[in-house]
Design a protein around this ligand. Structure first.
Ligand SMILES: [Zn+2]
Length: 451
C-alpha cells in the first residue's frame, strides 16, 4: 500500500512561503512569514533564503499541528455498524453492548486497518499527533507494534498504550500490563508509549498497583478513564469506600505524567488531588454529549486540560469548536481563547512525552509538525481576533498540507505516503468481516458494584 515519494523526504529542505503564520496558540501569535524547514525541524521563521525549494502558502494559515489527547483508533471501523440488541439505556450498557463486544472481535488485520483509517482521518484534519488508548482482548501481544507500524506508514506521530482491565479475566489483565511494558521498552522515531488502564471500575487493587509499578519502572504516565460516568464513582465507593481519584492516588497513578480522560464526576476534593499532582485531564466534549454522561466545568482543573475525541474521529478543529459551544451552553465558557489554549495544552503534553518542549510552536528548533489551512479571511484578521475566526470560520475540510517531523505527509488534502482509496476499499471489506464476528459476541456480562 505504500508509495513513498521522493519529494520532502526526511533530511530535505523546504520553505512554506507567504502564509499567515500562527507561531503560537497560547498566547496567540500571528504574522506573515516564510517557515523554513530543514530535516525534521524548523530552521527559520521570516524570509526564506534563496536556493531552498519553495511551497506557496499565500492565502493560508500555517499553524502547529494539533494533538488529539485521547483517541480510540480501534473504533474506526465501527461507523454504521448494525446493532441488533436492545438499545442501551445507560453508559454501562453502551460499553457492555457496543464497545466491549467490538474490542473482543478485533484481530490483527482489523486493528491494523483501524489504525490506518483513523490515522489518515486525523492527518487530513490537521492532527499531527494522536495519543491512543487501545483494546483488543483477543489480540493483545504485539498489538501496539501493529498500530505503531500502521501509523508510521502514513507518517503520523503517536503515543500508544494498551487498555489494561480485569473485565476479561486476570490472564488478559496481566497480558495487557506486559504489552505496555514491552512497548515502553522499545524505541521508535515517531512513537512513544504510556501505561494504559481502563477505569477504576474494571480494575482490582492488585491490577491497578501492577499498572502503577510498570509505569514507574518505565518512567511513564498512566493513561486512564476517570469518572467518565457516575457508575465509576458508585463502584469505587461500594467496593473500596473511596472515591475514584482517592483510589488512583493511593495506587500511585496520580503523577505529573498521568493522563486522565473525562473526569466528569469528580468532587472538589478530587479536583484538588488531580491538580496538585499535575496530571493532565483530557476533555472529550463530543463523546460526553453522545454518551450523555454529563458536563462539569473544566476551569476548575486549571491549565492542564487538553482535548480528545474519545474515538469520534481525529479532527481537533471541530472538537475544539464543540468544546467551546458546549462550555457556552453550560454557562462555563472561559473566554474565546479557551479552545486554542486547550489545543496548545495538548501539544505541551505531547512535547513532554517526546522530550520536545517546542512541539506545538513554530519556532527555530521546534519539530516541524505543521498544518497548512486554506483561508481567505472575509473580515480583518489579527492575533487579537484569531479565536473568533477559529471558532466560527475555520473548517477541517480546508486543510491543504500537513507536515510531520519535516515531511510533507498530506499534500493538497491527500496522503503522500499511501493510496487512500485502496485503503478505504480494503478497510470496508475488513469492517464487514469484523461486524460478522461481532454478531456472534453477546453483551459483556461484566457489571460494576453499585449498579
Ligand atoms: Zn476513552
Amino acid at each position: 500500500m505504500s508509495r513513498h515519494t521522493e519529494q520532502n523526504a526526511p533530511g530535505s529542505q523546504l520553505a512554506l512561503c507567504g502564509g499567515m503564520v500562527i507561531s503560537s496558540l497560547d498566547p496567540v501569535r500571528l504574522s506573515t512569514a516564510d517557515v523554513v524547514i530543514a530535516g525534521d525541524r524548523i530552521a527559520a521563521v521570516g524570509q526564506a533564503p534563496p536556493g531552498v525549494p519553495r511551497r506557496d502558502c499565500s492565502r493560508t494559515l500555517v499553524l502547529p499541528g494539533n494533538v488529539c489527547a485521547h483517541h480510540h483508533l480501534y473504533s474506526a471501523l465501527s461507523r454504521g455498524m448494525p446493532y441488533q440488541l436492545e438499545p442501551p439505556a445507560s453508559f454501562l450498557q453502551i460499553l457492555q453492548r457496543v464497545w466491549w463486544r467490538l474490542d473482543r472481535a478485533l484481530d490483527e488485520p482489523s486493528v491494523r486497518l483501524s489504525a490506518l483509517v483513523g490515522g489518515l482521518e486525523a492527518l487530513r484534519a490537521g492532527t499531527t499527533t494522536v495519543i491512543d488508548h487501545h483494546a483488543s482482548p483477543n489480540f493483545i501481544d504485539s498489538s501496539l507494534d501493529v498500530i505503531a507500524e500502521a501509523l508510521e506508514e502514513i507518517g503520523l506521530r503517536s503515543v500508544l498504550c494498551y487498555e489494561v482491565s480485569d473485565r476479561d479475566g486476570l490472564p488478559r489483565a496481566a497480558a495487557g500490563v506486559a504489552e505496555n511494558s514491552r512497548f515502553l521498552a522499545s524505541r521508535r522515531r515517531l512513537t512513544r508509549g504510556m501505561m494504559g488502564a481502563h477505569a477504576s471500575f474494571t480494575l482490582s487493587d492488585d491490577t491497578l498497583a501492577a499498572c502503577a509499578q510498570a509505569a514507574s519502572t518505565a518512567s511513564a504516565g498512566v493513561h486512564i478513564h476517570v469518572a467518565e460516568d457516575r457508575a465509576d464513582q458508585d463502584d469505587a465507593v461500594a467496593r473500596y469506600g473511596a472515591r475514584v481519584a482517592e483510589r488512583l492516588g493511593a495506587a500511585g497513578v496520580l503523577t505529573a505524567d498521568a493522563l486522565l480522560a473525562h473526569c466528569v464526576h469528580v468532587s472538589d476534593f478530587e479536583v484538588a488531588d488531580i491538580t496538585a499532582c499535575g496530571a493532565t485531564v483530557a476533555h472529550n466534549p463530543r463523546s460526553n454529549m453522545n454518551n450523555r454522561v454529563g458536563y462539569s466545568p473544566l476551569a476548575r482543573f486549571g491549565q492542564r486540560v487538553a482535548l480528545g475525541t474519545d474515538g469520534i474521529g481525529g479532527d481537533m478543529i471541530t472538537e475544539s469548536q464543540l468544546a467551546y459551544f458546549r462550555a457556552v451552553e453550560a454557562g462555563a465558557a472561559a473566554g474565546p481563547t479557551w479552545p486554542l489554549d486547550r489545543l496548545a495544552e495538548g501539544a505541551r503534553l505531547a512535547g513532554r512525552i517526546f522530550g520536545e518542549p517546542l512541539l506545538g510552536s513554530i519556532a527555530v528548533g521546534a519539530p516541524a509538525d505543521l498544518t497548512v489551512l486554506s483561508y481567505d479571511p472575509p473580515a480583518p484578521l489579527s492575533a487579537a481576533n484569531l479565536p473568533g475566526h477559529w471558532v466560527f470560520g475555520v473548517a477541517p475540510g480546508r486543510v491543504r498540507d500537513v507536515l510531520v517531523a519535516g515531511e510533507l505527509v498530506i499534500s493538497g488534502g491527500r496522503s503522500t505516503r499511501v493510496d487512500e482509496t485502496k485503503i478505504a476499499e480494503v478497510a470496508a471489506r475488513e469492517a464487514a468481516r469484523l461486524w460478522g464476528r461481532l454478531d456472534e459476541i453477546p453483551a459483556h456480562p461484566f457489571t460494576p458494584k453499585g449498579q
